[in-house]
Write a protein that binds this ligand. Structure first.
Ligand SMILES: [Fe+2]
Length: 275
């Protein structure tokens, strides 16, 4: 294991963090399948990501309410005190230690459709129509659906490293969905490296799965340190409230450092392509 400094550029401003792991360049092989992948029918196929409309009427508010409920449930489970008028943007005023935050995200990182009073399968259908493929929320290899609430406190290391989900077998043939819920702005939103799903493995310097540690946390996904072109130059598509960011599981994304004063909350869904 060696400790490396990951330097990347977010909207042209540098950002650095320490990451521990064994880094290697891969083989001369493209993992992204150019034919019949989940984004092959959309005009943004070569970018690897697109912003689409996700919600109608009061659907967004209903989803947000359900997210607040799940977070409050995690507070209750761990005896974390919160005000009656708790708002997501003030999460960092309620959860003031890393220990408490880890307790909360231990619950909110691993939810399923059953934890939400919201029809997630309806979203799979809606995005499937946009992409021209039938999608489902059920991940066969896991035997369940997968929903993760992502909570990033201001100026914290509540980030995962730059990575590709597609390195994990159960995320190879899915569409990644990232939905802004609270405090998502040009200073906080999820960064991506445009076109990076088209990079073969010998142009990517990375760790194995579960092989990277940031701030004491080990991540399931491999950390990508740089590409053949050098340090990662990422940008934030910043979908608006009511929209969703859809992207290929082979697109490099992550390192969503929060450069604002409010907590940022989003959710991540992954919808496999139906066989
Ligand atoms: Fe990811």
């Amino acid at each position: 294991m060696s400790v490396e400094t990951c330097t990347l550029f977010l909207d042209k401003k540098p950002f650095e963090f320490k990451v521990e792991g064994n880094f290697f360049w891969g083989e001369d092989k493209l993992l992204f399948q150019p034919e019949d992948n989940v984004i092959s029918k959309v005009p943004w196929s070569n970018d690897g990501f697109g912003v689409v409309n996700a919600f109608q009427d009061n659907e967004f508010e209903a989803l947000k309410t359900s997210i607040v409920k799940n977070i409050v449930k995690a507070f209750d489970n761990h005896n974390i005190d919160y005000p009656e008028d708790f708002q997501l943007k003030d999460y960092h005023k309620v959860v003031t230690t890393n220990e408490q935050h880890l307790q909360v995200i231990d619950i909110t990182r691993n939810l399923t459709n059953e934890d939400f009073d919201f029809d997630i399968e309806m979203l799979a259908e809606r995005f499937g129509k946009i992409l021209g493929y039938k999608l489902t929320s059920f991940v066969e290899e896991l035997g369940k659906s997968h929903i993760q609430i992502r909570i990033n406190r201001p100026s914290s290391l509540d980030i995962n490293p730059p990575h590709r989900d597609g390195y994990l077998s159960y995320w190879e043939d899915v569409v990644n969905v990232w939905i802004p819920i609270e405090g998502c702005t040009p200073q906080t939103s999820l960064p991506v490296l445009p076109g990076s799903h088209l990079l073969p493995e010998n142009e990517v310097l990375r760790t194995e799965s579960k092989g990277a540690k940031i701030n004491g946390n080990t991540y399931y996904v491999p950390c990508i340190l740089k590409t053949k072109a050098g340090d990662l130059k990422m940008m934030r598509p910043n979908p608006k409230e009511g929209e969703a960011l859809l992207f290929s599981p082979f697109l490099i994304h992550g390192a969503a450092v929060n450069r604002s004063d409010s907590t940022r909350v989003s959710i991540e869904l992954r919808f496999p392509k139906m066989k």
